[in-house]
Structure formats: C-alpha cells, structure tokens
Design a binder for this molecule. Sequence first.
Ligand code: NAD
Length: 418
Amino acid sequence: MDIYSGPVFEMARTQFHRIADHLEIQGGERDRLLYPKRAIAVACPVNRDDGRLTVFQGFRVQHHLTLGPTKGGTRFAPSVDIGEVAALAVWMSWKCALAGLPYGGAKGGVTVDPYTLSRRELEALSRRYMQEMIPFVGPHTDVMAPDMGTNEQVMAWFMDTYSMYQGKTVTEIVTGKPVATGGTLGRREATGRGVAYLVERAMERLDRPMAGATAIVQGFGNVGAIAAAALAARGVRVLGVSDHTACYFDARGLDVPGLLRHAETVGRLAGYSNELIFDPAQLLAQPCDILVPAAVERVIDAAMAARLQCRVLAEAANGPTTPDADEVLQTRPDIFVIPDILCNAGGVIVSYFEWVQDLQQLFWDEVEVNDRLYRVLQKAFVAVLERAARDGVTHRTAAMAIGVTKVRDAKRTRGLFP
Ligand code: NAD
C-alpha cells in the first residue's frame, strides 16, 4: 500500500496506530481497518478560456464499504494528492462511525487552484471530474459532498452531470446541493453551526459563559465564516480572523457581519481593512477563550501547541493538529480539545439528512434539521467525554476509539469474504 504517502497520510496512519495500540488491534486486522478499499485516479482535460488545453488530475478514495455507501467531500486545491485524499477518507470513516451514520468514509479532489479558474472553467472541470467518476459512484455506493474549494454550485453541476447520464434526475448522488435542486435546508450552515454548538457545550463543562468570551477563527470559507457568525450570535467577541489572502485582529472585537458582507461580495477577506492587518503566523498563538482552526491541515505542530493560549481548541478543519502537537496537548490540561472528527461532524450529519430526504422525497423544515443535528452532536459529545474519563485518555483518542471500534465490530460480525 505504498501509494498512500505524504505528510497528511502519515498523520492519519500515526493517529490510527495510536488508537490500534490502545484498542490492542493486531497486525492484519490493523491493515484491514486502515487501508482504503478503492482509490481512483482520473485525468480531467479542460479547454481553457485562452485556448489552451489543461489536464487536471483528480482522485477519489473510498475507505470502507462495511456499513453502507461511502460518503465524503470533494476538495479542489493545489495540495491535493492521493495521500491527502486517502487520509481525509480515513478520517471520514471514524467521523461517520462516531456520529452513528450508516456510511464508510470517502474523499475526492482535483489538484488545482480553484481561485485561478474562471466560472466557465470551474464548471467544465467539475462536470468532467464527475463524468470520469460515474463508474465508481452512486447513491448506494459513494455519495459526494463539498469540501475546500468546492461549494453548492459545484454540487449542482455534479448532480446535473450524473443525472444527464442516467436519463433522470438523481438528487441523492451528492449532498450539499442548493435547496432549489434537492438540497436540504441547513446544510450550508451545518458544519459551522455544529462547531459553535459544541463550543457552547465545552464552555458549559468549563463553567464559562459564551457571552463576552473571545474567539479567533482561521479560515473564512464555508466553515470558518459560519462558525464565526454563529459564535458572534452567542455573544462571543471574535478578535481575529484570516483566510489565504488576509489576516485581521482587533483586541476590542471585529465586526463579524461586516466581514461576512465583505467576503460574500468580493470572495475573500483581502481589502476589508488596512488598519486591522495582522501577522497570520502569530494569529493562532494570541490569547483567546476559543480557537477555531477552520482552514487546512497541520497548522498546529508541536511548537505551536506549546504556544497556544486558548481554553477551547475547536478543530473545525480536518487534521489541523499534528500527532506531535497531540503529545504536547496531552501535557496541557488547560486546553479543552474538541477533536476534528467530532467538531466538524455537523457537515456530514446534515449531508446524511439531505440524502435521506432525497431518497424519500420528503423534505423537513430547518427547525427539524437543526434539532436532529444537535441531538446527534450532543450524543457524540457525551460519548467522547465519558469514554475519555473512563479510559483516562484524550478526547481525540476517545473519539477515534469509538469510531474505530464501530467499524471493527461491523467488519468482525460480517466476517471476511470469501
Ligand atoms: P472553503 O474552501 O469554503 O474555505 C477554506 C478557507 O480557508 C478559505 O477562507 C481559505 O481562504 C482559507 N485558507 C486556505 N488556506 C489558508 C491558510 N493557509 N491560512 C488561512 N486560511 C486559509 O472550505 P471549507 O469547506 O470551509 O473547509 C475548511 C476546512 O473544514 C477543511 O479542512 C475541510 O476539510 C473542513 N470541513 C469542511 C466541511 C464542509 O461542510 N464544508 C465539513 C467538515 C470539515
């Protein structure tokens, strides 16, 4: 299984072996649990606006099919390679199992900087990627969703492309679609909303009020912007935010609605202010109650973990904390970690609701979506805290142990074919 390499897959592998040690899982069974069932690589040729032809490389990794179809986002980013995609698929498996969803994990992506594409080029790439994946996906095989660099519009193009080839509309092939094309109310906000909900639960445990607490949010896309808005709506003062174009900090608190309006209008944070510009390398280490990394992997390494001055670390991104940093955090009981597979699970939970609604063609109102979301998150949150207390382990180990055990039990019970 040498095809899975690179720092992100190494991180998923190291984390998994720590859990496997904890659960005393031996040799072959470890490999069976860790290595993805399928990996697909495709070439996506696209005619560019300037007349050139560019071939983009795309991937999809389906980790396991033991509990049902696989489920996972599609990332358009320059960093995308088979190892990164595989790591994200593995994390999705533990996340779905922790939340009790009937899915294995998957992830896909294209190695491209989506910010350099015109809208027409983005549509062409999205459609070609989905067309190349048609033999390998399906509403009961593998269901895609958005991730970094993709959004509701891309999901609508995916759904339309798949449907054209089937000769009928198949809304349940992707989640995270616009509501007008079979999406669910509350999906776009689900991940960020779930982050804020879990932060509130963590603050309750710490006996700290949300109103007047301070937060810093790294990443101002779908997850970060909505998490910032949901925290601000609970009375939290957001001191710092950043995206890949700018970083702002104000010890008195930033105007979150103003930042949202700016980002919505121009598509990035750059250009919002000259006075509030801050060094992005220092952002995560600023004192605050709630720190929300909501951008890319591996932003908190061992050195950064030692410098953190937050009370709650809410991992909204996938894999923001390296295994080395985990070792440091283990020695810092002053930091309450909400591990990624719990913290950002709101997205896949409401994706699951969207899939269920599409299959039944029976749609819920937003109150029902959110109530169900919070119930699932609450149950997973309590399970993680209880397991951590029972076994004397970190929240991450507890969360992953619950997820891995569910997949392991299902594999054992189903047996090994043939
Ligand atoms: P997005 O593309 O909507 O936004 C990503 C944001 O991160 C952008 O604001 C971008 O400018 C910023 N960014 C990129 N590199 C950065 C850097 N080096 N420093 C600071 N900011 C940077 O993506 P998203 O959907 O919000 O996803 C963000 C993270 O959340 C990813 O790790 C993703 O896997 C995870 N996630 C997303 C969902 C979802 O529902 N969208 C669900 C679960 C987890």
